[in-house]
Write a protein that binds this ligand. Structure first.
Ligand code: SF4
Length: 90
């Protein structure tokens, strides 16, 4: 090897680089799918009634009317509450 004749990438290195790019794309797709999964109600201590403080799902940023939530799976009552409560921006 000298400055006038740099080493060329071998076919093996090119194939390995391509495989790494494909693998990283698959990993990104997998992590996106995981991010879209909702949590089970028991994991966030969901309850059908409001919190003692008065917080309730209809005032949460995660609430999706009429009975859904972007973070918690299943039917969600507008008057319910869970530990993931996040107030809607005012
Ligand atoms: S409090 Fe918010 S995050 Fe929790 S179930 Fe209700 S809407 Fe979803």
């Amino acid at each position: 090897m000298n400055e006038n004749n740099p080493p060329r990438a071998s076919r093996r290195h090119i194939l390995l680089a391509g495989a790494a790019i494909i693998a990283s794309g698959a990993a990104l797709k997998h992590s996106t799918a995981q991010a879209q999964q909702k949590m089970a109600k028991n994991l966030v201590a969901y309850q059908d009634g409001p919190h003692a403080s008065g917080q309730k799902c209809s005032a949460c940023a995660g609430f999706e009317p009429p009975n859904g939530c972007m973070m918690v799976e299943g039917t969600i009552s507008p008057d319910g509450w869970c530990g993931a409560f996040t107030p809607k921006p005012s």
